[in-house]
Design a protein around this ligand. Structure first.
Ligand code: ACM
Length: 770
């Protein structure tokens, strides 16, 4: 996933949205048309009357039908949580009393399909499969708005079935570890969105997270790493954790009850460093030197070797994996296996000669064949990242397309099944807006609308070939997502967009989706989920204006253009905004000390969290790193300074730590103050590392260079980094007066000169003024 992108612009146009709005394509549907449900159901036929939901209603299931009982109890639990409504579930043949919700088996539905028939005395949920009954329950939950313990559901016949069979999320538990309780919570909210595959990335260079009884060192050693730190900082405590087999069994049972299939991933032949630390004889360096579990991000060089004993190890590991995970599919990785170690190892080359294999890529094909054949013999199917797509790939192997969608197309043409998991289109480690408040991740924005607009249908494929595309999934890579709260933010509500793309058979309608979202967000709140409200967020801009602070507040274009009824309301007296508060229009000039509070509303409904700012003159002259323009974005990241997860992360291109402050007022005597942070340079970039400028420092610790009107003009001022060099976290460097001959507004380029790669320096904020 470590692609150095060149020349990619940070700015995204609202052009498509504007055009769509002009063509009338984003007009919202009336709520009856979709029932407020995400993903939107295939068809709703409204009828007269309504069914009153209150505490006298009984849920009824056929006696002995465990699947129906599971669905009914799930519905009861959800309504209890979001509506405080506690309904009994009864399994009997008693003549239906008035006002029941009945779960019924009926032949003729396809897998996961269901029907909900709402009449004034009775609701009937029908399906052939337990999954269908379960999804009927989930939809019915959403037909009642969250909140009150009583309400009405409009009489209707709702029929629904999925567009794609594979609707997934990948969770990376290797780079950062999540608690079993978090994994269960995630499975729960996946089920609410009818997402049915959790691809669980359990092993990587940075940690082996699955207990394997036969090889205890995989977790005793391989589950722990010493995190990277800046030079000179105290050594951090070991980081890690793993899932015991008992925990995995409990998680799998929890998932099965929610019709979520867990597809475990054991990554091979690359991404093997943690395993090689545990058992060096598995590695591909002759002499098997010891190597620590990695604390670097990127593409590490450690591979498994091709000895028969190593394949025996992998088969033994897979035997335990198959015992734990009933999934028909088992993911065997295959990504980013850089072959240098195989090429330089005399014993790997000797083995290749024995096997009659001439080049290193063909060795990976051999590797994949060995493992996928083993899985096939056990009645399972191998899934691998798109690098496995080589001549000789078994027909039953599934290709997971992450280099865009080209791998899926090629696989489908070849006759292999495929899954769409493209980078960056469905990589949820990207931030989802340019607003402040986004947690660390990749800097290029993957907005909710970008995800919603993802198009899985490939018109270049024949009908038969399209049948090989099983579905899609989004990836939660966790290098930069260190906490469970942040994972929820990165996943929600973008997972809702994936669900709609993967499930719904209706034409997409962004404006309509946006208007169904606030109810879903209320449900997230009922479960204390830390979802992102970025799509409804507020972009503030401040500048100094004659002793006052000029403030502009705007929503993002993808909301403004789609929902004319959306707007920002604000207060100046410290109270929270309400639907009666003034609507923000033209910029305001406000006195320092004012407390400005604002929130986004659609009609009278508040849809964003409340934003607030105590105005100070500093706001007019200070810019944080993500309010500045980056000089480049080859590998742009938002990163935590030191271990401070409470602080706003810094925006930096790790290939070129350089920022531009546009139009700074450099009047006589202007001073520059900068807050900087050293960050560990823990990135494996291969040959790209040589493109990073280092060695240009004038002092032992380096300097922040200030350039005017371009980055290659001679530096006018230097801020030495020595005061910050021995401290983790953010340090404010002593202010410097800028040269006196610079009157007027200028673009100021700020760039670090450093003696060596580590540490990487980041600018937290800069202030230019008197
Ligand atoms: C990947 O991002 N390495 C599949």
């Amino acid at each position: 996933m470590w692609i150095v992108r060149k020349g990619l612009s940070l700015v995204r146009g609202g052009g498509a949205a504007v055009l769509a709005a002009a063509l009338g394509l984003t007009i919202a549907l009336p709520p009856e048309a979709h029932g407020g449900v995400i993903p939107a159901p295939a068809e709703i036929k409204l009828a007269a009357g309504e069914f009153g939901v209150d505490s006298t209603v009984v849920l009824r299931v056929p006696p002995g039908d465990a699947g129906a009982a599971n669905a009914a109890h799930y519905l009861a639990d959800l309504w209890s949580r979001t509506n405080g409504l506690n309904l009994p579930v009864r399994a009997d043949h008693a003549r239906a009393a008035l006002r029941t919700i009945e779960f019924r088996r009926r032949p003729g539905f396809q897998r996961e399909a269901y029907e909900i028939d709402v009449t004034p005395p009775r609701i009937t949920v029908s399906a052939s499969s337990s999954a269908g009954l379960f999804y009927g329950a989930v939809t019915l939950w959403q037909l009642l708005p969250p909140g009150a313990a009583a309400g009405e559901i409009r009489a209707q016949t709702l029929t629904d079935r999925p567009g794609y069979a594979w609707r997934g999320l990948m969770l990376d538990s290797a780079r950062h570890f999540q608690s079993p309780a978090f994994v269960k919570s995630m499975i729960d909210w996946m089920a609410w969105h009818k997402l049915n595959v959790l691809h669980w990335h359990l092993t990587d260079d940075q940690g082996w997270r699955l207990e394997i009884r036969r090889y205890p060192r995989l977790t005793a050693v391989g589950a722990w790493r010493i995190p990277a730190s800046v030079p000179g900082a105290p050594a951090p405590k070991p980081y890690g954790g793993y899932y015991t087999q008992a925990e995995v069994r409990s998680i799998v049972a929890f998932a099965t009850a929610r019709h979520v299939q867990i597809v475990p991933e054991i990554d091979m032949p690359g991404h093997a460093q943690a395993a090689v630390d545990a058992y060096p004889e598995l590695g591909a360096i002759d002499g098997h030197p010891s190597v620590p579990v990695s604390s670097d991000w990127g593409v590490n060089p450690y591979l498994f070797n091709l000895e028969p004993s190593t394949f025996a190890f992998l088969r033994n590991v897979l035997d335990e994996v198959l015992q734990l995970f009933p999934s028909h599919f088992v993911h065997i990785g295959g990504d980013e296996a850089v072959k240098n170690q195989w090429k330089s190892s005399a014993s790997v080359q000797a083995r290749a000669l024995q096997l009659g294999i001439k080049d290193a890529d063909a060795l990976q094909t051999y590797f994949t064949q060995q493992i996928s054949a083993y899985l096939s013999a056990k009645g399972r199917r191998a899934v691998g990242w798109d690098e496995i797509l080589q001549p000789g790939l078994a027909r039953d192997a599934v290709v997971m397309s992450w280099h865009g969608t080209a791998g899926a197309r090629a696989a489908a043409i070849r006759g292999n099944d495929a899954i769409l998991a493209p980078d960056p289109g469905l990589y949820f480690d990207h931030r989802q807006s340019p607003l402040a408040g986004e947690p660390p991740g990749r800097l290029i924005v993957l907005s909710l609308k970008d995800v919603y607009d993802f198009e899985p249908h490939d018109a270049a494929l024949t009908q038969a070939q399209q049948g090989h595309v099983l579905g899609l999934q989004a990836e939660l890579w966790s290098e930069h997502i260190r906490t469970e709260e942040r994972l929820e933010w990165m996943a929600l509500p973008r997972a809702a967009a994936v669900a709609e793309v993967g499930w719904s058979l209706r034409p997409k309608n962004w404006a309509d989706f946006l208007q169904r979202l606030p109810s879903m967000m209320a449900r997230y709140r009922a479960f204390n989920l830390h979802y992102a409200d970025s799509a409804f967020g507020i972009a503030p801009e401040f500048s100094a204006e004659q002793g006052k602070i000029r403030v502009t507040l705007e929503n993002l274009p993808e909301l403004r253009d789609a929902v004319p009824d959306a707007g920002i309301r604000y207060t100046l007296d410290g109270s929270n905004p309400s639907p009666a508060s003034a609507r923000f229009g033209d910029p305001l000039a406000l006195a320092a000390g004012t407390e400005l509070r604002a929130a986004t509303f659609i009609g009278s409904q508040q849809v964003s969290r409340t934003w607030s700012s105590r105005l100070t003159p500093l706001l007019g002259v200070r810019r944080s790193s993500h309010q500045l323009e980056l000089c480049s974005n080859a590998v742009g990241l938002l990163l935590d300074p030191a271990d401070e997860t409470q602080r706003e992360p810094v925006a930096v291109d790790i290939m070129n730590p350089c920022w531009i402050y546009r139009g700074a007022d450099l009047r006589e005597g202007a001073r520059i103050t900068a807050a900087v942070a050293p960050l560990p340079f823990n990135y494996q970039l291969g040959a790209d590392a040589a493109r990073i400028r280092v060695g240009d420092a004038r002092t032992p610790e380096g300097e922040l260079e200030v350039h005017i009107d371009g980055c290659d003009t001679p530096a006018v001022t230097l801020l030495p980094l020595a005061p910050a060099a021995t401290r983790a976290g953010v340090t404010v460097l002593p202010a410097q007066v800028l040269p006196a001959n610079l009157a007027g507004r200028h673009d100021v380029c700020l760039r670090f000169a450093r003696p060596r790669l580590n540490p990487l320096w980041a600018l937290d904020w800069v202030q230019i003024g008197e």
